[in-house]
Write a protein that binds this ligand. Structure first.
Ligand code: NAI
Length: 475
């Protein structure tokens, strides 16, 4: 079995944590029981690109239990938990000397070259074929396949421009070496029945490709299942933003001024958590609706320019770029903490920061750096501007990820077994499946649902079994 992880000796530790996580992931375990015999993913060759954590290990082993043949990478250079990667590679039945799990190519602290090498490896099956399904988080695997096929069709990979970001140059270099006359990437793209996408940023990319007419296979937008974005993005970040700050700096949050940029699902969770710790939280927004929500939730809403010099903690949650610029960082307080929890690292202008004349970067510990300005003040940057909850801590806890990943498994079954019903496009799962995911998590929390009477159901125009809301309902 081909794979690359940091240290297989960590597999036992990983396995013990996987066993604890399974208990906290009732949705995934229920799906395993439901499909134990029918194994609807038999024949599926799933390439996954999603943070290689303990929770993801439970997802991977669920896909395998349902019959899938899986290869995996992390979707971020810092987010792998090495013991999880080792346990998945060794597998529940394997040993360190004879691993028999899933080929994983992931370790914490990859270089960008290694990151894209891993992605390429996970797209190569040992028999020379590719996957027939992708499970993506942020869209990097989908991007690589699309760009490879595009350049193969065009007959050449473009040369990077001087000003292109470093990562784009690395991608082009990889494609230059892997685009070939046999049409490797074209064949990979043609073999894929569909992709299920985990996060806001990846979904955004898919809709853009569909609009431009360049999307090559159908996609299910898992992010916008209510039981994903209204839970993982919100309650997951409410937990893990604090975990990231604590493990990175252990600074007391109470009494500090914290700025949360963006008040979408992630921003709402982060602002709530920081307030819960006693911080005075200030929100920035571009959308009047979200700004009004923040105001009515009791937060001061203003521009970053207004508060950049008084805040102690900054968290970007926008999925947009250039939110905190080098100029902003030059005006911050001494030891202000600068962090991002959005998917990509360009929310904070790290490239611009590195170019400030006379700036000195010092590693405090991995994923925590001070940047000292010539005027003597310094700031603390977490996870080099990458998502701090996964870079500095261990991401979201199992229970909330069980909701997200149960949607992922259902979406994989849907696209793999009903391919004909999904022409190229971007789809969300139907509401009855969303409600099913929620149902699977109620017992564990001791929730008792009220059942509609027949007359009540008729009065509000729904079925007793649901769905209980129209598709346009916003929760
Ligand atoms: P969202 O679209 O619900 O929220 C983003 C908000 O940022 C929007 O309300 C938007 O109006 C606002 N915004 C955009 N540009 C802005 C600017 N220049 N200044 C201030 N506000 C601005 O998206 P969601 O679901 O909250 O996700 C945000 C990011 O977090 C995405 O990149 C997503 O992929 C990522 N994500 C990260 C997770 C993690 O564990 N680290 C978990 C879930 C999502």
């Amino acid at each position: 079995m081909d794979f690359k992880v940091a240290d297989l000796a960590l597999a036992d530790f990983g396995r013990r944590e996987i066993q604890l996580a399974e208990h906290e992931m009732p949705g995934l375990m229920a799906v395993r029981r439901e499909y134990a015999e029918s194994r609807p993913l038999s024949g599926a060759k799933i390439m996954g690109s999603l943070h290689m954590t303990i929770q993801t290990a439970v997802l991977i082993e669920t896909l395998v239990a349902l019959g899938a043949d899986v290869r995996w990478v992390s979707c971020n250079i810092f987010s792998t938990q090495d013991h999880a990667a080792a346990a998945v590679a060794v597998g529940p039945e394997g040993t360190v000397d004879a691993p028999s799990g899933v080929p994983v190519f992931a370790w914490k602290g990859e270089t960008l070259e290694e990151y894209w090498w891993c992605t390429d490896q996970a797209l190569r099956w040992p028999d020379g074929s590719g996957p027939n399904m992708i499970l993506d988080d942020g869209g990097d695997a989908t991007l690589l396949v699309h760009k490879g096929a595009e350049y193969e069709k065009a007959g050449a990979v473009p040369s990077p421009a001087e000003e292109d970001p470093e990562e784009w140059k690395i991608i082009l270099d990889l494609l230059r070496r892997t685009v070939n006359d046999e049409g490797r990437w074209t064949k990979v793209a043609e073999g894929i029945r569909g992709v299920t996408e985990e996060t806001t940023t990846g979904v955004h990319r898919l809709y853009e490709m569909f609009k431009a007419g360049t999307l090559l296979f159908p996609a299910i937008n898992v992010n916008d299942s209510v039981t994903k974005s209204k839970f993982d993005n919100k309650y997951g970040c409410r937990h893990s933003v604090i975990d990231g700050l604590n493990r990175a700096t252990d600074v007391l949050i109470g009494g500090k001024v914290a700025v949360v940029c963006g008040y979408g699902d992630v921003g709402k969770g982060c602002a709530d958590a920081l307030r819960g710790q006693g911080a005075r939280v200030i929100v920035t927004e571009i959308d009047p609706i979200c700004a009004l929500q923040a105001a009515m939730d009791g937060f001061q809403v203003t521009t970053l320019e207004d508060v950049v010099g008084i805040a102690d903690i900054f968290v970007t949650t926008t999925g947009n770029y250039d939110i905190i610029t080098a100029d902003h960082m030059g005006r911050m307080k001494h030891n202000a903490i600068v962090s991002n929890i959005g998917h990509f690292d360009n929310e904070i202008d790290m490239a611009g920061l590195a170019k400030v004349p006379g700036i000195v970067k010092t590693e405090v510990k991995p994923q925590v750096h001070t940047w000292s300005f010539p005027d003597g003040h310094q700031i603390i940057v977490l996870a080099e501007g990458r998502l701090m909850n996964l870079g500095c801590a261990t991401g979201h806890p199992s229970f909330v990820m069980s909701n997200s990943f149960t949607n992922q498994v259902i979406a994989q079954i849907e696209l793999f077994t009903k391919t004909d019903q999904y022409p190229i496009g971007v789809y969300v799962l139907p509401k009855h499946l969303d409600e099913k995911v929620a149902r699977l998590h109620l017992d564990a929390l001791g929730v008792k649902l009220t059942t509609l009477t027949k007359a009540q159901a008729e009065y509000i125009g729904v079925d007793i079994e649901g769905p209980f809301k129209p598709d346009h309902y916003r929760y």
